[in-house]
Design a protein around this ligand. Sequence first.
Ligand SMILES: [Zn+2]
Length: 300
Amino acid sequence: MPEAGLGPRRSIHDAAGGTALPGRLVRAEGADPTGDPSADEAYDGLGATWELYARAFGRDSLDGAGMELVASVHYGQDFANAYWDGEQMVFGDGDGGYFTSFTGAVDVIGHELTHGVVQHTASLIYLAQPGALHESIADCFGAMTAQHQRGQRAEEADWLIGAGLFTDAVQGVALRSMKAPGTAYDDPVLGKDPQPDSMAHYADLPHDAENDNGGVHINSGIPNRAFYLAATGIGGRTEEGAGLLWYDALTRGGLPRDADFATFAAATLAAAEARHGADSAERAAVAEAWRTVGVLEGEA
Ligand SMILES: [Zn+2]
Protein backbone atom coordinates (compact mmCIF):
# COMPACT_ATOMS: atom_id res chain seq x y z
CA MET A 1 0.00 0.00 0.00
CA PRO A 2 1.15 3.57 -0.56
CA GLU A 3 2.47 5.10 2.63
CA ALA A 4 0.03 6.98 4.82
CA GLY A 5 -0.04 10.64 3.93
CA LEU A 6 1.04 10.02 0.37
CA GLY A 7 -1.29 11.51 -2.19
CA PRO A 8 -1.66 12.23 -5.87
CA ARG A 9 0.54 14.67 -7.76
CA ARG A 10 -1.76 16.56 -10.12
CA SER A 11 -1.27 19.45 -12.50
CA ILE A 12 -4.16 20.98 -14.41
CA HIS A 13 -3.55 23.09 -17.48
CA ASP A 14 -5.72 25.34 -19.64
CA ALA A 15 -5.43 24.80 -23.39
CA ALA A 16 -7.62 27.90 -23.83
CA GLY A 17 -9.45 26.55 -26.88
CA GLY A 18 -6.25 25.62 -28.68
CA THR A 19 -4.66 22.26 -29.37
CA ALA A 20 -1.16 22.82 -27.99
CA LEU A 21 -0.62 20.59 -24.95
CA PRO A 22 -0.47 20.86 -22.07
CA GLY A 23 -1.20 24.62 -22.12
CA ARG A 24 -0.87 27.00 -19.19
CA LEU A 25 -0.63 25.56 -15.67
CA VAL A 26 -3.68 26.72 -13.70
CA ARG A 27 -3.72 24.41 -10.68
CA ALA A 28 -0.83 22.49 -9.17
CA GLU A 29 -1.16 19.86 -6.43
CA GLY A 30 -2.45 21.36 -3.19
CA ALA A 31 -3.34 24.71 -4.75
CA ASP A 32 -6.70 26.38 -4.08
CA PRO A 33 -9.60 25.94 -6.54
CA THR A 34 -9.28 28.14 -9.60
CA GLY A 35 -12.96 29.06 -9.89
CA ASP A 36 -13.02 27.55 -13.37
CA PRO A 37 -15.40 24.57 -13.01
CA SER A 38 -13.63 22.59 -15.75
CA ALA A 39 -10.22 22.91 -14.14
CA ASP A 40 -11.56 22.15 -10.67
CA GLU A 41 -13.67 19.19 -11.82
CA ALA A 42 -10.65 17.76 -13.62
CA TYR A 43 -8.54 18.21 -10.47
CA ASP A 44 -11.16 16.43 -8.37
CA GLY A 45 -11.69 13.64 -10.91
CA LEU A 46 -7.99 12.91 -11.15
CA GLY A 47 -7.93 12.81 -7.36
CA ALA A 48 -10.92 10.43 -7.19
CA THR A 49 -9.19 8.06 -9.61
CA TRP A 50 -5.93 8.15 -7.66
CA GLU A 51 -7.93 7.46 -4.46
CA LEU A 52 -9.63 4.39 -5.96
CA TYR A 53 -6.36 2.83 -7.09
CA ALA A 54 -4.50 3.71 -3.89
CA ARG A 55 -7.14 2.85 -1.28
CA ALA A 56 -8.76 -0.17 -2.94
CA PHE A 57 -5.80 -1.72 -4.76
CA GLY A 58 -2.68 -0.32 -3.10
CA ARG A 59 -1.53 1.22 -6.37
CA ASP A 60 0.23 4.60 -6.33
CA SER A 61 -0.92 6.28 -9.56
CA LEU A 62 -1.16 4.79 -13.04
CA ASP A 63 2.30 3.24 -13.17
CA GLY A 64 2.26 2.10 -9.54
CA ALA A 65 5.23 4.39 -8.89
CA GLY A 66 3.53 7.72 -8.21
CA MET A 67 3.60 9.22 -11.68
CA GLU A 68 2.26 12.74 -12.00
CA LEU A 69 -1.34 13.08 -13.22
CA VAL A 70 -1.47 15.76 -15.88
CA ALA A 71 -4.63 17.12 -17.50
CA SER A 72 -5.55 19.87 -19.92
CA VAL A 73 -9.03 21.42 -20.05
CA HIS A 74 -10.72 23.61 -22.69
CA TYR A 75 -9.02 21.67 -25.46
CA GLY A 76 -9.95 22.74 -29.00
CA GLN A 77 -13.21 24.23 -30.24
CA ASP A 78 -16.49 22.37 -29.62
CA PHE A 79 -14.43 19.29 -28.84
CA ALA A 80 -16.92 16.67 -27.61
CA ASN A 81 -14.58 14.14 -26.09
CA ALA A 82 -12.03 13.35 -23.40
CA TYR A 83 -9.05 11.10 -23.93
CA TRP A 84 -5.77 9.77 -22.60
CA ASP A 85 -3.00 10.55 -25.10
CA GLY A 86 -0.50 8.11 -23.61
CA GLU A 87 0.96 10.74 -21.30
CA GLN A 88 -1.83 12.99 -20.07
CA MET A 89 -5.61 13.58 -20.03
CA VAL A 90 -7.27 15.92 -22.48
CA PHE A 91 -10.78 17.36 -21.98
CA GLY A 92 -13.03 19.11 -24.45
CA ASP A 93 -15.82 21.48 -23.46
CA GLY A 94 -18.46 19.57 -25.40
CA ASP A 95 -20.21 20.94 -28.44
CA GLY A 96 -23.08 22.59 -26.58
CA GLY A 97 -25.56 20.83 -28.85
CA TYR A 98 -25.30 17.21 -27.80
CA PHE A 99 -22.52 17.02 -25.23
CA THR A 100 -21.76 19.07 -22.15
CA SER A 101 -18.26 19.44 -20.69
CA PHE A 102 -16.47 16.12 -20.23
CA THR A 103 -14.91 17.13 -16.92
CA GLY A 104 -18.30 16.64 -15.25
CA ALA A 105 -18.26 12.83 -15.43
CA VAL A 106 -15.92 11.26 -12.88
CA ASP A 107 -16.48 7.79 -14.36
CA VAL A 108 -15.24 9.05 -17.73
CA ILE A 109 -12.14 10.48 -16.03
CA GLY A 110 -11.55 7.14 -14.29
CA HIS A 111 -12.07 5.42 -17.64
CA GLU A 112 -9.48 7.52 -19.47
CA LEU A 113 -6.86 7.27 -16.74
CA THR A 114 -7.37 3.49 -16.62
CA HIS A 115 -6.11 3.37 -20.20
CA GLY A 116 -2.86 4.54 -18.62
CA VAL A 117 -3.01 1.73 -16.04
CA VAL A 118 -3.59 -0.88 -18.77
CA GLN A 119 -0.71 0.67 -20.72
CA HIS A 120 1.55 0.09 -17.69
CA THR A 121 0.28 -3.44 -16.91
CA ALA A 122 -1.20 -5.94 -19.38
CA SER A 123 -0.73 -3.51 -22.29
CA LEU A 124 -3.57 -5.10 -24.27
CA ILE A 125 -3.44 -4.43 -28.01
CA TYR A 126 -6.11 -1.99 -29.16
CA LEU A 127 -7.87 -4.20 -31.67
CA ALA A 128 -10.84 -6.60 -31.77
CA GLN A 129 -11.35 -8.62 -28.55
CA PRO A 130 -8.20 -7.49 -26.68
CA GLY A 131 -9.11 -3.91 -27.66
CA ALA A 132 -12.68 -4.36 -26.43
CA LEU A 133 -11.23 -5.75 -23.18
CA HIS A 134 -9.03 -2.65 -22.95
CA GLU A 135 -12.15 -0.49 -23.32
CA SER A 136 -14.17 -2.62 -20.90
CA ILE A 137 -11.49 -2.57 -18.20
CA ALA A 138 -11.48 1.23 -18.55
CA ASP A 139 -15.27 1.25 -18.00
CA CYS A 140 -15.05 -1.16 -15.04
CA PHE A 141 -12.52 1.00 -13.19
CA GLY A 142 -14.27 4.18 -14.33
CA ALA A 143 -17.53 2.95 -12.80
CA MET A 144 -15.63 1.97 -9.65
CA THR A 145 -14.06 5.44 -9.45
CA ALA A 146 -17.56 6.93 -9.24
CA GLN A 147 -18.88 4.26 -6.87
CA HIS A 148 -15.84 4.61 -4.58
CA GLN A 149 -16.19 8.40 -4.51
CA ARG A 150 -19.91 8.14 -3.72
CA GLY A 151 -19.52 5.31 -1.20
CA GLN A 152 -21.96 3.17 -3.19
CA ARG A 153 -22.43 -0.58 -3.11
CA ALA A 154 -22.72 -2.54 -6.37
CA GLU A 155 -26.48 -2.89 -5.99
CA GLU A 156 -26.92 0.88 -5.41
CA ALA A 157 -24.94 2.07 -8.44
CA ASP A 158 -26.49 3.12 -11.77
CA TRP A 159 -23.90 1.17 -13.85
CA LEU A 160 -23.97 3.90 -16.49
CA ILE A 161 -20.87 5.50 -18.05
CA GLY A 162 -21.08 9.22 -18.71
CA ALA A 163 -24.52 9.90 -17.24
CA GLY A 164 -25.13 13.63 -17.55
CA LEU A 165 -22.83 14.22 -20.53
CA PHE A 166 -25.71 14.49 -22.97
CA THR A 167 -27.63 17.73 -23.23
CA ASP A 168 -31.43 17.69 -23.00
CA ALA A 169 -31.50 17.58 -26.83
CA VAL A 170 -30.42 13.92 -26.79
CA GLN A 171 -32.73 10.97 -26.30
CA GLY A 172 -30.51 8.95 -24.02
CA VAL A 173 -29.20 8.63 -20.48
CA ALA A 174 -25.47 8.01 -20.88
CA LEU A 175 -22.67 6.99 -23.27
CA ARG A 176 -22.91 3.34 -22.24
CA SER A 177 -24.84 1.06 -19.91
CA MET A 178 -22.87 -1.73 -18.26
CA LYS A 179 -26.05 -3.18 -16.81
CA ALA A 180 -27.94 -3.26 -20.11
CA PRO A 181 -25.56 -2.67 -23.03
CA GLY A 182 -27.36 -1.35 -26.11
CA THR A 183 -29.91 0.72 -24.13
CA ALA A 184 -27.96 3.88 -23.21
CA TYR A 185 -29.38 6.00 -26.04
CA ASP A 186 -31.60 5.86 -29.08
CA ASP A 187 -31.53 9.22 -30.78
CA PRO A 188 -32.48 10.50 -34.26
CA VAL A 189 -29.07 12.16 -34.70
CA LEU A 190 -26.69 10.00 -32.68
CA GLY A 191 -28.39 6.75 -33.62
CA LYS A 192 -28.89 3.79 -31.32
CA ASP A 193 -26.42 2.49 -28.75
CA PRO A 194 -24.69 -0.29 -30.75
CA GLN A 195 -23.38 -2.38 -27.85
CA PRO A 196 -24.21 -6.11 -27.74
CA ASP A 197 -24.98 -7.67 -24.34
CA SER A 198 -23.78 -11.19 -25.19
CA MET A 199 -21.58 -13.15 -27.60
CA ALA A 200 -24.68 -14.07 -29.61
CA HIS A 201 -24.66 -10.48 -30.90
CA TYR A 202 -20.88 -9.94 -31.12
CA ALA A 203 -20.12 -7.35 -33.82
CA ASP A 204 -17.57 -8.92 -36.16
CA LEU A 205 -16.15 -5.79 -37.79
CA PRO A 206 -13.08 -5.14 -39.95
CA HIS A 207 -9.95 -4.42 -37.92
CA ASP A 208 -9.46 -0.83 -39.07
CA ALA A 209 -9.95 2.68 -37.74
CA GLU A 210 -13.12 3.24 -39.78
CA ASN A 211 -14.68 0.32 -37.91
CA ASP A 212 -13.61 1.28 -34.39
CA ASN A 213 -10.58 -1.06 -34.59
CA GLY A 214 -12.88 -4.05 -34.85
CA GLY A 215 -15.57 -2.61 -32.58
CA VAL A 216 -13.54 -1.94 -29.43
CA HIS A 217 -16.17 0.51 -28.10
CA ILE A 218 -18.98 -1.77 -29.26
CA ASN A 219 -18.08 -5.29 -28.13
CA SER A 220 -16.85 -3.94 -24.78
CA GLY A 221 -20.53 -4.22 -23.82
CA ILE A 222 -20.09 -7.97 -23.42
CA PRO A 223 -17.32 -7.97 -20.75
CA ASN A 224 -18.91 -4.84 -19.24
CA ARG A 225 -22.10 -6.75 -18.53
CA ALA A 226 -20.08 -9.69 -17.17
CA PHE A 227 -18.44 -7.30 -14.70
CA TYR A 228 -21.80 -5.82 -13.67
CA LEU A 229 -23.20 -9.34 -13.14
CA ALA A 230 -20.16 -10.49 -11.16
CA ALA A 231 -20.14 -7.32 -9.03
CA THR A 232 -23.82 -7.54 -8.13
CA GLY A 233 -23.64 -11.32 -7.79
CA ILE A 234 -20.87 -10.97 -5.19
CA GLY A 235 -22.51 -7.86 -3.73
CA GLY A 236 -21.19 -5.13 -1.45
CA ARG A 237 -18.59 -2.60 -2.56
CA THR A 238 -17.54 -3.41 -6.11
CA GLU A 239 -13.89 -2.55 -5.48
CA GLU A 240 -13.79 -5.12 -2.65
CA GLY A 241 -15.52 -7.84 -4.68
CA ALA A 242 -15.39 -8.27 -8.44
CA GLY A 243 -13.13 -5.22 -8.75
CA LEU A 244 -10.31 -6.88 -6.84
CA LEU A 245 -10.55 -9.97 -9.06
CA TRP A 246 -10.49 -7.89 -12.26
CA TYR A 247 -7.53 -5.95 -10.84
CA ASP A 248 -5.71 -9.22 -10.12
CA ALA A 249 -6.40 -10.50 -13.64
CA LEU A 250 -5.08 -7.27 -15.13
CA THR A 251 -1.97 -6.82 -13.02
CA ARG A 252 -0.80 -10.21 -11.74
CA GLY A 253 1.14 -10.92 -14.92
CA GLY A 254 0.59 -13.71 -17.38
CA LEU A 255 -2.24 -12.05 -19.30
CA PRO A 256 -1.11 -11.98 -22.95
CA ARG A 257 -1.30 -8.70 -24.84
CA ASP A 258 -3.69 -10.34 -27.31
CA ALA A 259 -5.96 -11.86 -24.64
CA ASP A 260 -9.48 -12.55 -25.86
CA PHE A 261 -12.61 -12.49 -23.68
CA ALA A 262 -12.30 -16.19 -22.75
CA THR A 263 -8.66 -15.77 -21.70
CA PHE A 264 -9.54 -12.81 -19.50
CA ALA A 265 -12.53 -14.69 -18.06
CA ALA A 266 -10.21 -17.56 -17.11
CA ALA A 267 -7.87 -15.08 -15.41
CA THR A 268 -10.74 -13.66 -13.32
CA LEU A 269 -11.80 -17.19 -12.33
CA ALA A 270 -8.22 -18.00 -11.33
CA ALA A 271 -8.14 -14.81 -9.26
CA ALA A 272 -11.41 -15.75 -7.53
CA GLU A 273 -10.07 -19.23 -6.79
CA ALA A 274 -6.78 -17.86 -5.44
CA ARG A 275 -8.51 -15.36 -3.14
CA HIS A 276 -11.62 -17.28 -2.10
CA GLY A 277 -11.23 -20.95 -3.06
CA ALA A 278 -12.48 -23.24 -5.81
CA ASP A 279 -15.87 -23.80 -4.15
CA SER A 280 -16.44 -20.19 -3.14
CA ALA A 281 -19.56 -18.15 -3.82
CA GLU A 282 -17.31 -15.49 -5.39
CA ARG A 283 -15.91 -17.90 -7.98
CA ALA A 284 -19.41 -19.19 -8.72
CA ALA A 285 -20.68 -15.62 -9.26
CA VAL A 286 -17.84 -14.84 -11.67
CA ALA A 287 -18.43 -18.07 -13.63
CA GLU A 288 -22.16 -17.41 -13.82
CA ALA A 289 -21.50 -13.87 -15.09
CA TRP A 290 -19.27 -15.04 -17.96
CA ARG A 291 -21.74 -17.83 -18.80
CA THR A 292 -24.66 -15.41 -18.94
CA VAL A 293 -22.92 -13.26 -21.57
CA GLY A 294 -21.92 -16.36 -23.56
CA VAL A 295 -18.15 -16.13 -23.07
CA LEU A 296 -18.03 -19.34 -21.04
CA GLU A 297 -20.09 -22.34 -22.02
CA GLY A 298 -21.51 -25.14 -19.91
CA GLU A 299 -20.67 -25.65 -16.26
CA ALA A 300 -17.55 -23.59 -15.59
ZN1 LIG B 1 -11.57 4.31 -23.77
